[in-house]
Design a protein around this ligand. Structure first.
Ligand code: OAD
Length: 262
């Protein structure tokens, strides 16, 4: 590693559902990932919404409720610490929950400009025809109903990216700008099955330029062969110690490839 000090390092963090698992939010593909025996992958599509908007809204209503009742865990807090300590920082999360933004370290929250929610935000409700969007709590959050656009009078949808849809271009641009701005000295990928090509591509970009790629996940993923260090443990147990180690001893303290446990 060229620069051993965290305060001089460019750090990219990529997270998935696993980082929120210890906050009690079910992952997509793990145990509890099914909703009333329905595959989330089949509900999170435009076609599912068109054919049964009430059912899709019911799923999102329950998830919003679950997230509202959840608290950020030690891993979310450690990400804020990293952001506050690193020289340059970007978080790319696939999670539509708001736990990264609610986490506080030393009274500080993550600045929104340091966080890209690449799959959208579950608390946004928007129109698919016009630019109407709101983050207000809606009647649909409390009762079985489908919210309607006040302008177009068509069903509003959650502000998330569904299967088969394009990523929000402005958010992709923010990730590209960070990666184009210099190599990521450290990329940490936490709690994702890394099934999407763009996630793997962003993660390995810094690595190709000689940076570290750390994976924190109890299981192996398609990204594992690229990792310079793999911590096979739970994020809330592993990440705080790693950040403390880097803050204290610098990045050069990273042990060799594939350590186990956190
Ligand atoms: P998944 O549910 O596919 O994967 C969760 C990952 O977290 C798995 O690799 C687990 O091994 C790991 N994991 C479980 N518990 C963990 C813990 N305590 N600490 C660390 N890791 C843990 O979720 P994602 O990879 O985030 O997309 O899924 C990616 C995308 O697929 C989601 O954003 C969503 C989904 O369909 C859209 O909605 C577009």
């Amino acid at each position: 590693m060229a620069d051993p000090k965290l305060s001089d390092a460019r750090v990219l963090v990529i997270t998935g559902a696993g980082i929120s698992a210890e906050s009690g939010i079910a992952t997509f593909r793990g145990p509890g990932g099914y909703w009333r025996k329905m595959d989330p992958a089949k509900l999170a599509t435009e076609a599912a919404f068109r054919s049964d908007p009430a059912l899709v809204w019911e799923w999102y209503r329950e998830r919003r409720e679950q997230i509202r009742g959840a608290c950020p865990n030690a891993a979310h807090i450690a990400v804020v610490e990293l952001a506050a300590t690193a020289g340059d920082f970007l978080l790319v999360t696939q999670n539509v929950d708001d736990l990264h933004l609610r986490a506080k370290w030393n009274g500080r929250a993550l600045a929104p400009e340091l966080c890209v929610q690449i799959h959208g935000d579950i608390f946004v409700t928007r129109c698919s025809r016009c630019d109407y969007r709101t983050t207000k709590r809606l009647h649909a959050d409390d009762a079985a109903s489908v919210p309607v656009c006040p302008r177009c009078e068509i069903a509003l949808r959650p502000g998330v990216v569904w299967f088969g849809e394009s990523l929000p271009p402005n958010e992709v641009q923010r990730v590209e700008a960070f990666l184009d701005g210099g190599r990521a000295d450290v990329t940490i990928v936490i709690g994702t099955t890394a099934l999407f090509g763009y996630i793997v591509e962003w993660a390995v970009r810094g690595r190709r330029a000689g940076g570290e790629l750390v994976e924190i996940n109890p299981e192996e993923t398609p990204l594992s062969p690229h990792a310079t260090r793999a911590i096979r443990g739970a994020a809330a147990a592993a990440l705080p110690g790693l950040v403390a180690e880097w803050s204290h001893s610098g990045l050069g303290s990273s042990p060799s490839r594939h350590s186990v446990g956190g």
